[in-house]
Design a protein around this ligand. Sequence first.
Ligand code: FMN
Length: 364
Amino acid sequence: MKLFEPAVLGALPLSNRIVMAPLTRTRAGELGIPNDLLVEHYRQRAGLGLIVTEGTWPVQEGRSYPGQPGIETDEQIAGWRRVADAVHAAGGRIVMQLMHGGRVSHPDIAQTPRIVAPSAIAAPGQTHLADGSKADMPVPHELTTAEVHEAVQGFVQAARNAVAAGLDGVEVHGANGYLVHEFLAPGSNTRTDQYGGSPENRARFGIEVTTAVAEAIGADRTGIRLSPEHGVQGVIEDDAEDVRATYTALAEGLAPIGLAFVDILHADPTGDLVQHIRRTIGAPFIANSGFSALTTREEALALVEDGHADAVGVGRAAIANPDLAHRWEHDTELNEPRPELFYGQSAEGYTDYPTLAESRATVA
Ligand SMILES: Cc1cc2nc3c(=O)[nH]c(=O)nc-3n(C[C@H](O)[C@H](O)[C@H](O)COP(=O)(O)O)c2cc1C
């Protein structure tokens, strides 16, 4: 079965085609430094063909959640080196998701006086602060054109830092309502400079970030995550014509880079929109079918077997099953995820999901 066979994404050789989707777990402490818990969590999951790390902030003002790790300071780089070394020693591959949260943040979380976005439009709803209280998402500072260029450089430095830490590459987070996605959608981007207005202009930031990152660390170590029509964090893409035009412009801008992969989160990865984006970019494709139901073994098998994807991203099943590739290959029982512990601070619900061998040893 093809899902369990090796694949090559750019410079990344994968032992199988099951990819751990990026999963924010908020256990990196106030300073965002990967600690023993993160090292163990990722080491346990090295049997997956590729690990994409949790969303990691390139610059302080891009931090969206308390406990989220960064890749800006020397201490963070040293922490990630321990993660990368542990994954490699266990035979795995790991790339870092570079996530600038844009307007999805709060000064208390980012520990900066301002948060930033393409336009001064607040994300809807509230966010949780480190002390457990809730606060409205603030109206962000609209990046000036010069500051947009600086934001691109922030991604570039972060990518260099990730590679310096020994990670195998990076994934630019262009999905789920964070900074790159905020630029793409007309409701969160009302700019009048070259980064707003037409689909081509709204796609420009994502193209520039990804191009600059690829130039810095190699296109064959660079990927991007997209989530067209996901409709989260107030980034709404409900005009089908505009969505198609915007993602076509983006895909055409990304195509010449020669990316290692494109990772798309969408409820229908086999549908016309996603396959159009895939074809236009022309890079190896990781499909992730979305939040409504957990990705299943059967779905993953079919996506790869039928040629709809080169690899499959898996979120919650990879949280609950450190040995997911082994379990799926042998079609065994699975642990159930415990969503109440997705965002926590301890080992509980993080590094204490048993492998199949451990479960069976306990039962016996
Ligand atoms: C706890 C949790 C944290 C997540 N964090 C991120 C993240 O940091 N970056 C991202 O792009 N997606 C994130 N996602 C989305 C997942 O990568 C994935 O797309 C989603 O879980 C759907 O796949 P699944 O059905 O296999 O779980 C997160 C999802 C969950 C459940």
